[in-house]
Design a protein around this ligand. Sequence first.
Ligand code: SAH
Length: 340
Amino acid sequence: MNIYNMTRRELENYFENIGEKKFKARQLYDWLYKKRVKSFDEMTNIKKEIITKLKEDFEFYEPQIIKAQDGKDVHKYLFNLKDNEKIEAVLMNHDYGNSLCVSTEVGCNMGCAFCESGRLKKRRNLETYEMITQILLIEKLQNIRISHVVLMGIGEPFDNYDNVMKFIDIINDDLGIAIGARHITVSTCGIVPKIKEFSKDHRQVNLAISLHAPNDRLRSKIMKINKVYPIKEVIEAVRDYLKENNRKVTFEYIMLKGVNDSKENAIELSKLLKGLNAYVNLIPYNETSHIEFSASDKTTIMNFYDTLKKNNINVTVRREFGSEVDAACGQLRSNYKEEK
Ligand code: SAH
């Protein structure tokens, strides 16, 4: 078991099970996440016998960064995992801090037509430590602190629910990486039973839903998950989430030229979201060489924005980041494969 897989609660149970006091978990966390040591031998305030036991039960393995691409305010990293699978993470330097876009799976089974990640079927879940070390390795390499995390890299977070929730708990833990819940965003393509479970878990992190279309006909064409969980069920689950959690939800909407960017689409979207405590984030599409879709032009995006505004929908346009560094989900990874 990798040590970075363990939440503080799990470590407390571990210590109790081996007949030790549970506050040892705090000491261990201090070494892991504040002092950032990379071996048990460096944990000088922990007894020899416990260190020996820890070494038997846990390992410190970290993936490796094998490629980096640097653009202005955006850096993209490719990681090699223990079994030689590859994943990526994207760092964005905003004026409010450094935000990391983290991958949650190797590949993705959701098969959204516009998305590069889905070109590779899911091969496996990421373990929690493989998400944690995306943060640790990049912070070390760049000598920075990451203040915001978005779970919008390769993979569907709600298709790897338990490992992702442990990841959130560790990065949100004050004694762990200590990133505030409001600075963590989990994004899903709309797996309804998991939205319901997430709602009951009451984690205070932000929820984003990849909506991308205002009706089932269109959404089913570009997101096959819609055939399993149609829009009405997604909206219903979000409505319940809002009641239960008193938080706001963001709907992501990629602007695809001639597909979902007309005035009628904007009007229909306004009607769909009316009365919900929700934000729409219009995302300029990052074109990729393997996929047919193109990005809506700026005027179309602004017209769409205006229509939503006029209809009293809270809306923002996402700042374009990283088109120069293959930053669309899964691009660095798939381009790397093709170079080889
Ligand atoms: N599976 C999750 C999270 C990963 S994708 C989800 O679907 O939400 C994160 C966001 O990036 C999603 O909204 C996804 O639709 C969007 N995305 C995928 N490919 C993109 C591209 N080429 N350009 C812009 N956004 C893209």
